[in-house]
Design a protein. Structure first.
Length: 660
């Protein structure tokens, strides 16, 4: 299988056009477009158009480079004789020089960007007669150079590029590039411009289908290839992924390093590679460039982005949601991924994105916008009148209210008694009983009783002990009520993490958790939501399911004794599903937990005051493309222009010849 790297589609059948016709057609097309691709000075010079036919097997790469004799005239500086004829001898000498020229200028790189070493195995010059070639017939004779590049193993990626002319050359060089993989007759074709690499991905187990395969089979084959590459099927295309969420907007851009260098050049020692140190040194330049490019307006205000990530990816990297390992990358086939974050106070009413990164290397952008459960396809193209995308809120408002649960169960009446008073009155009672039992009543005993009674009454405000009335039944939370309270608080905990700032999360958690447990809970939940496979990205909780909720005795719980007799504990088993979404694909993880939770009333509301985690287990982790139906973008209504008074005409400034 080879993956398309440009916007050209797969050909429905093998290209069987004669070489001369293909060359002529390419020459005509290139001449028409030369005014766009090259300067006026370059367009006035001759154009070199050649054809590179590539056949890739498991063991080698075979290139058939077909050129006109005219190319030898330009590149090897042939000199005609007095009769304007280039001799056969000159042509043969030029052919020998051109062998090394092609090996130096037709580049084939492996997955790591290393150049493959090739050799010229043959040259077909049978079209050139012994009499030579007249200058007027230079484009009537062709040469076929056969090059071979041995492979150590079947390649997954190969990168092709051509540098037939120097950057300061006075004329352009275009190569009609055609590639076939062993086992398939369906070619990949593209016009290859200088220094614009073409990277091809090969699947040796599932090569491209036959040209006459059904549309259904082709769609199935293409879908499987998209799933293999997580939707990033092109290695020469600029991708734009826009995510609109309640509290932030993310713009994720994936751009080939070679394309990025068409806007500015990164300093490096090696022409072909960018070292780790050079990547770090270039970060400020890249971040500054993207911070100003492609402005985004949120509710009419241009918002400055925060660069949350910047990575350099090699061809062997597929899951761009993960941070890339730091290593040297190839300038020819590496890509740069940057994530720009725009904070919002809530769900925005209107988002406007303007793509302004266009040049002769970037004519269009592969873009998609995900706004909650909808997906849109912005059109960012240099050929459009404007490359803007506007999203209007259909009426969604963020609702993340975390409401506390009031305590409806009333406590027992509280009694408050002074221990000194109670003790004194008890002594008074004993003393009174002794007076009754004795026949002789001494005056001093009465005096002592009176003093003890007065002292006991005076001690009433001090040394008081409060306790529940023993005359009332102990309040008890029913199992049904305990389950309802726990589910509400438990759901509030996960809902709190829908907020994006730490302070907002803490404020929301404080409505459902109390005391020192609040900070512990934040750390535990935050850690459980992190996907280590995605570099520690915090997942967004999409579903919480409770399997069991059983009452637990607080007396046997390994926790601080409750201060309120209405407190209760439950043991629960539940599952949590969370997602991390980046670069058009989505990671879903489901974990199962078992824990004992302690709940008690705090200032009139129920709160979680402790947790004892008993078990945790990962149930599944999946990565896939986000499959959603693409919605059509409704254009903004144009303002209604008032009609001009009859007999009068209005003239705009731009239409006035004197204003130009």
């Amino acid at each position: 299988m080879f993956t398309r790297v440009a916007h050209s589609p797969f050909l429905s059948a093998p290209d069987r056009k004669p070489f001369r016709f293909a060359r002529l057609l390419g020459l005509i097309c290139l001449t028409l477009l030369s005014g766009l691709w090259f300067s006026e000075k370059a367009a006035a010079h001759p154009i070199s158009v050649s054809q590179e036919n590539v056949y890739v097997t498991r063991e080698k790469v075979v290139i058939s480079m077909q050129i006109y004799v005219e190319d030898l005239y330009f590149f090897q500086k042939l000199e005609p004789d007095k009769e304007n004829i280039v001799s056969q001898k000159q042509i043969k000498e030029a052919i020998e020089k051109h062998k090394q020229f092609l090996l130096d200028r037709l580049l084939v790189r492996d997955i790591n960007g290393e150049r493959l070493k090739g050799k010229v195995v043959s040259v077909d010059d049978s079209s050139v007669s012994s009499k030579g070639v007249a200058m007027s017939d230079l484009m009537a004779f062709t040469l076929d150079f056969q090059l071979e590049y041995p492979l150590k193993e079947p390649p997954e990626f190969l990168t092709f590029s051509q540098q037939l002319v120097d950057s300061n050359a006075g004329f352009p060089a275009m190569v009609q590039f055609n590639l076939k993989q062993e086992g398939s007759e369906t070619p990949y074709s593209v016009s290859m411009k200088p220094r614009e690499p073409q990277t091809i991905r090969f699947n040796w187990d599932h090569p491209p289908l036959a040209p006459d395969a059904s549309e259904e089979d082709w769609q199935k084959w293409l879908k499987e290839r998209r799933e293999e590459t997580l939707g990033i099927t092109s290695y020469g295309t600029v991708y734009s992924f826009l995510y609109i969420e309640d509290f932030e907007i993310r713009h994720e851009i994936l751009i080939p390093l070679a394309t990025l260098e068409s806007f500015f050049t990164l300093e490096r020692k090696d022409e072909d590679f960018l070292s780790v140190a050079e990547q770090e040194a270039s970060r400020d330049t890249i971040e500054e460039f993207f911070a100003k490019a492609n402005p985004i307006e949120i509710d009419g205000i241009v918002v400055k982005p925060v660069i949350s990530r910047l990575d350099f990816y090699g061809l062997d990297f597929k899951d761009f949601a993960k941070p890339a390992d730091k290593k040297r990358v190839s300038v020819a086939n590496a890509r740069v991924g940057i994530i720009l974050t725009y904070s919002t106070k809530g769900t925005p009413d209107k988002v406007k994105v303007t793509w302004d990164m266009f040049n002769r290397s970037v004519w269009s952008v592969e873009s998609v916008c995900f706004a909650f459960d909808k997906a849109y396809k912005p059109i960012f193209s240099k050929l459009e009148r404007n490359s803007e995308f506007v999203w209007t809120n259909p009426g969604r408002k963020v609702s993340l209210e975390v409401n506390p649960v009031e305590v409806a169960l009333q406590p027992r009446t509280q009694w408050s008694v002074s221990m000194l008073t109670a003790g004194g009155l008890f002594l008074c009672l004993l003393l009174a009983l002794s007076l009754i039992s004795k026949r002789q009543r001494r005056k001093s005993t009465y005096t002592m009783l009176a003093i003890l009674l007065v002292a006991s009454l005076l001690c009433w405000p001090v040394s008081r002990v409060t306790f529940a009335s023993p005359l009332e039944p102990v309040p008890h939370v029913s199992a049904e009520k305990a389950e309802t309270v726990f589910k509400t608080l438990h759901k509030n905990i996960y809902r709190s993490f829908d907020y994006h700032t730490e302070s907002d999360i803490y404020d929301a958690l404080a409505k459902s958790a109390d005391g020192s447990f609040l900070e512990t809970l934040y750390r535990q939940i935050n850690q459980s939501l992190k996907m280590q496979e995605q570099g520690g990205a915090v997942a967004r909780v999409t579903d919480v399911q409770w399997k069991t909720i059983e009452p637990q005795s607080t007396s046997t719980a390994d926790s601080t004794p409750p201060t309120d007799e209405r407190s209760f504990a439950v043991q629960s088993t539940w599952t949590v599903s969370g997602t991390v979404e980046h670069w058009g694909h989505i990671h879903t993880r489901t974990n199962r937990y078992q824990a004992v939770f302690y709940l008690q009333p705090v200032e009139g509301v129920w709160k979680l005051t402790g947790m004892n985690l008993l078990d945790q287990e990962r149930l599944r982790f999946e990565t896939g493309l986000r499959e959603v139906k693409i919605e059509e973008v409704k254009p903004e209504p144009e303002p209604v222009k008032k009609a001009s008074p009859k007999g009068k005409t209005t003239k705009s400034k731009s239409s006035d010849p004197s204003s130009s």
